[in-house]
Design a protein around this ligand. Sequence first.
Ligand SMILES: CC(C)(COP(=O)(O)OP(=O)(O)OC[C@H]1O[C@@H](n2cnc3c(N)ncnc32)[C@H](O)[C@@H]1OP(=O)(O)O)[C@@H](O)C(=O)NCCC(=O)NCCS
Length: 153
Amino acid sequence: MEQPNVRLEAMTEESLDDVLKIQKESFGKESRSDFLNCISRSEVYSYFVLVDEKKNVIGYYGTMNISGDGELLTIAVKTEHRGKGYGELMLRSAVLSAALKGSTKMFLEVDETNKPAIGLYAKFGFVPISKREKYYGENAAIIMEYDIEKNAK
Ligand SMILES: CC(C)(COP(=O)(O)OP(=O)(O)OC[C@H]1O[C@@H](n2cnc3c(N)ncnc32)[C@H](O)[C@@H]1OP(=O)(O)O)[C@@H](O)C(=O)NCCC(=O)NCCS
């Protein structure tokens, strides 16, 4: 499959208009403040955008790293670019950046009905560890974990 050259860049205010469009098409809402709070606190949060050679935003992700635990807070790929490996590429970067910040485990929560996301996480090696009923309206959240330390060996 032909893919454009892509690279990851730290999310900045300039990329937020594009990020919000992807957030809207992915999650049905857009919230600039979600991102503004996080991109201004890089000691805790790592927010990145995946861009093509023309600086078009293809996707984004955000993680939080506190006390040896990383958490994937969000990840999304523009609809037209799904299924091309970009989600996996960003997840790999999220885990690597969590490891570099000293996290030994990475956690996330995902709607039990979100098959593409669960497929992505499971393929990478995340395992379900618990479930929170009715976390997303009627749907439960599955909590998944990736053992960075163990998988690095
Ligand atoms: C989840 C998401 C980020 C995946 O991104 P993507 O770029 O399409 O995923 P990739 O192409 O990297 O796929 C990697 C793996 O994920 C899994 N996957 C991806 N799409 C899938 C689908 N529609 N159904 C089942 N598994 C899927 C597969 O295991 C795939 O590996 P394969 O291609 O070897 O089969 C994307 O679907 C998305 O943005 N969804 C909306 C936002 C969202 O739900 N985010 C997660 C919130 S918890």
